[in-house]
Design a protein. Sequence first.
Length: 99
Amino acid sequence: MTTPLTLTSGRHPDGTACLTVSGEIDMSNAGSLDDALVGKPGPLVLDLTAVEYLDSAGLNVLFAHAERLQLVVTALLEPVLTVSGLTDLVTVHRPGPDD
């Protein structure tokens, strides 16, 4: 069974392409996230503020695209990204008042 995941394209306030993700990212739906990231070339803001769960399959997808991502995350995901080493490769932001 696939875990629900919603992917919404848009633009970040600075004009950069943005993909907003909500739900849980796990092995059942990480391929959908990867497909969405592959379909968006160039720099990309990935808004994970509505993500409630992220497993190793989701982390693998983020690592595969790290060279072009900026992440927007809440305090819930930040420790996972730090322990995995992803914060050494990507810029991580906390949500601001306009996000």
